[in-house]
Design a protein around this ligand. Sequence first.
Ligand code: PLP
Length: 345
Amino acid sequence: MNIESLLRPNIRRLKPYSSARHEFAGEARIFLDANENPFDNGLNRYPDPVATPLRRRIAALKGVPPEQVFVGNGSDEAIDLLLRLFCEPRRDAVVVLPPTYGMYAVSAAIADVEVVRVPLLPDFEPDVEAILARADAHTRLLFLCRPNNPTGHLFAERQVKKLIEAFPGIVVLDEAYIDFCPEASLLPWIADHPNLVVLQTLSKAWGLAGIRLGMAFAQAPLIGWMNAVKPPYNVNQLTQNAALEALARPERMREQVAVIVRERARLAEALAALPFVQRVFPSQANFLLVRVDDPRRLYDFLAEKGIVVRDRSRQPLCEGCLRITVGTPEENAALLDALNAYANS
Ligand SMILES: *Cc1c(COP(=O)(O)O)cnc(C)c1O
């Protein structure tokens, strides 16, 4: 597949903004080019526009070359950039598989790009035939979220492979929750598929939602286009520093993931035993989708106790469902106390 042919024509013609420092090739000692304040406070200089040390570190950790790594202001920025690269407003479309992450459709709506919705099958797998039947030269992006939010389900590899091979546009595989099941990552597939973009983030398992650091992985030409259209300094210096610090200690993340996964099992078992719980769906992520008798009443009861969960009951296939994030052991105990009180109320 030729990625260039999928780009919007205005993008293909683009000459990216070149910063003053970009244009300087020598070994700089004195920086009088960017109108910064010269007094060093650790943050007085513009950050590296492509976060080279950070991208190198991510590349080493993930086993891909740095040219295949993009970093952005959260994965949400990567989603927005992909829309702007490949989707002509009012002409092209994206395909999403509800129930799924809401930002795909929101970003598309903001970009004035049509959203084609192909609901998941009742077993939470993609309806491959229906997706391919809806795909044409104008469906430029297909968003696959794996593990999916809010179902926690991991699409079968075989289905994902079929879609990557047959979809006529870019397949965006969102692995925001992959650190909770790292062996399931399909990141190595970018080597064989120029139309595959894998998204990951520091917002979930890495515990850094506050710094806004999202990653995209794809073959070098596609990453080059993402870098060409991003705002020049999209990842600020504080974020680059904090991300490098966290990535130097992956064992800390893995320890926390182990606790969360253990707590998820404990929570799932305790929830399933409650009289008003109809079903706890298996989850590969850090949340549980739970079907209950009267979701709104339960939601309000928990809110009254200061516990906020997510009401997903109006999403397709999620009738009666709340999505509950796995908290600390203490938080989960407090949740179970509240749920027991609700059962007895
Ligand atoms: C939380 C989440 C993200 C993370 O987005 P960031 O902008 O990186 O914080 C991405 N995709 C999905 C499906 C999510 O649930």
